[in-house]
Design a protein around this ligand. Structure first.
Ligand SMILES: [Mn+2]
Length: 268
């Protein structure tokens, strides 16, 4: 056994409630359950030689598809009531976390909301159905021995410390691309935040929003952009020209390195 490591699963953009030709709430539930089983299989088959002390699950927003986000949204939803999306998800997710805790011994969640859960232009920024889901989940996951960490001072960003390294968790919706390419904007923002007193230092930015899978580094600073559960998703294709990436990052953290290895787990 090598030095101890922590495993981190980077989830985002569940869009629960949304419906496409090949995606809906039932599909989400079966894919999520399958992912949970394959996560444990992956650990046993490929990480068997490592001493993993726990699993950390990051939930980076757009978990609820929301309501009223764009005018024709109800035509693309099976569940149009965002409160119902949040409530159903809390039951599914707390049971899933309970199973993971049985397998890993210790499981912890860090969560930030996305842009799809917003309650409306004039509602308080914290009135976001992702936050409602996280609040429901906090109570239910506690019964399974899993804590859910939220930044209640400013829900939209959160810093997590794992083995002494600094992770900035952020959905990504207020970063704008150049010529439709988001990565320059992400890098520019990250380098500014890294040198700010409020958010620096940062070793790794973990984000979602763009429904794309990416990993790159600028000197010692790294970015992990994680994908979406949605398939046949027109958003990334028509807005950015990308097929949605249906993978979520799983990575390891050691005392020495903020990312020791990373693997894209298939979602569909
Ligand atoms: Mn999204």
């Amino acid at each position: 056994m090598g030095s101890p490591e922590t495993a981190v699963l980077v989830t985002s953009d569940w869009h629960y409630g949304k419906q496409t030709a090949s995606y809906g709430p039932q599909t989400f539930r079966s894919r999520f359950e399958s992912l949970g089983e394959r996560l444990i299989q992956f650990r046993d088959r490929h990480l068997g030689g490592k001493h993993l002390d726990k699993l950390i699950v990051l939930i980076l927003g757009d978990v609820c598809d929301g309501g009223g986000i764009y005018p024709t949204q109800p035509h693309h939803q099976e569940i149009t009531d965002p409160q119902e999306q949040a409530w159903q998800l809390s039951g599914v997710t707390s049971a899933w976390l309970g199973k993971q805790r049985e397998a890993w011994g210790e499981v912890e969640v860090f969560a930030v909301p996305g842009n799809h859960g917003r309650a409306g232009k004039h509602a308080h920024e914290n009135t976001n159905f992702d936050v409602v889901f996280y609040r429901y989940l906090q109570g239910q996951a506690k019964e399974h021995g899993v804590s859910v960490n939220l930044n209640t001072a400013d829900y939209f960003l959160q810093k997590a410390q794992i083995r002494g390294h600094h992770y900035l968790l952020y959905h990504g919706d207020r970063i704008y691309g150049t010529s439709g390419i988001p990565w320059y904007g992400v890098q520019n923002r990250l380098l500014r935040w890294n040198t700010s007193d409020s958010l620096g230092p940062i070793d790794v930015l973990c984000m979602g929003h763009f429904h794309a899978l990416a990993h790159w580094r600028v000197n010692r600073v790294q970015v992990l952009a994680t994908g979406t559960m949605v398939t046949d998703d027109q958003w990334a294709l028509t807005t950015l020209g990308f097929d949605s990436a249906n993978q979520w990052w799983l990575f390891g953290v050691s005392d020495k390195h903020p990312i020791t290895w990373q693997y894209g787990l298939d979602l569909a």
